[in-house]
Design a protein around this ligand. Sequence first.
Ligand code: NAP
Length: 348
Amino acid sequence: MSSSKIPIFILGATGYIGGSVLTRLLAHPNSQTFDITALVRSAEKAQRLQAFGINAVTGSTDEKEKLEALVLQAHVVLSMASADNFPAIQTVLSGMKKRHDALGDVPILIHTSGTGILHDDARGAYASETIYDDMKPEQIEALPATQLHHNLDLAIEEADKAGYLRSYIVFPGTIYGVASGPFVEAGIQHPFSVQIPGLTLAALDRGQPGMVGKGLAIWPHISLDDVVDLYILLFDAVLTNPENVGHGREGYFFVENGEFRWYDLSKAIGEALVEAGLAKSSEPTSFSDEELIKYAGSMEMGNGMGTNARCRANRARALGWKPTKRTEDLFDSIKPGVEALMKAMQVK
Ligand SMILES: NC(=O)c1ccc[n+]([C@@H]2O[C@H](COP(=O)([O-])OP(=O)(O)OC[C@H]3O[C@@H](n4cnc5c(N)ncnc54)[C@H](OP(=O)(O)O)[C@@H]3O)[C@@H](O)[C@H]2O)c1
């Protein structure tokens, strides 16, 4: 490694978000100055990533010593593997502290959380009027630590406060769009997001779309391209002008460019499936408790699709982020997204 290069460590490089961010880092005008390492679970994918100039190490975040040693070598850590793996983030933080203690460096952590932290218990019964503003950290501080993902955010914020790293946390809403690019083509990266494909597969299975309760609650959305734009903008800003970017408590970035009602989303999925001859009705009906467990893994996760998580990405916009895709683009993306998912699943 040349000492002039910036050591960057990536978690989640094969993922929907992480693979897209990595693609853009490789196309970055300064990419020659990056020394990128990624921890990848599949040995085969690690090997394929190496052909792209990535120092891909096979392993899991469960391998504490390996993870800590990799973090120790990095000035920038991009955490895009899990918003919920608390032991993994503890290891990342301890590696960053060791780096600070050994070298005096103040490494940078950009972590991916999600607007799930804002969720209420609406169960689809109503649209909330509460809208969170990321320029008002006190509003976020009022959230209980038990909110989804939030134990990790708080541990990261604490580490920033202790001064051994600078943290920036991004909170995307529902991300939409099918990922594309060299890593998808090489079979390295997951092309699909979580919520819309999940609702699509549930609708396919039950013959019509489902929703939690009446589907009246509201969530933010954002296109994958706009999410990646923010990552790169933030990455550039914290490397070149860190004094201009809030961190820790002031470094929470919501990522949204509009909102949707769960009913409308499910209805659009239903229409795409009916058009493809794969569902009997486009009209969403309420999921039963058994269905929530079947399709989401648990009642809690299932009910997440009936919560409100309304917010405004004011901090990212103040940094110069200009998302281009809007609510109409979300709905325009449903039909091609459903078609791509059906093709990938070989559903006819
Ligand atoms: N997609 C969204 O709409 C959205 C919105 C807000 C927040 N988020 C959050 O962002 C994070 C990433 O989302 P995503 O959609 O990109 O998910 P994804 O496609 O499933 O990607 C997850 C990535 O993390 C890797 N990974 C998971 N556990 C690991 C472990 N123990 N050790 C090493 N690598 C591990 C996966 O590797 P493998 O290839 O081996 O599976 C994959 O590269 C999640 O926490 C999610 O909750 C997502």
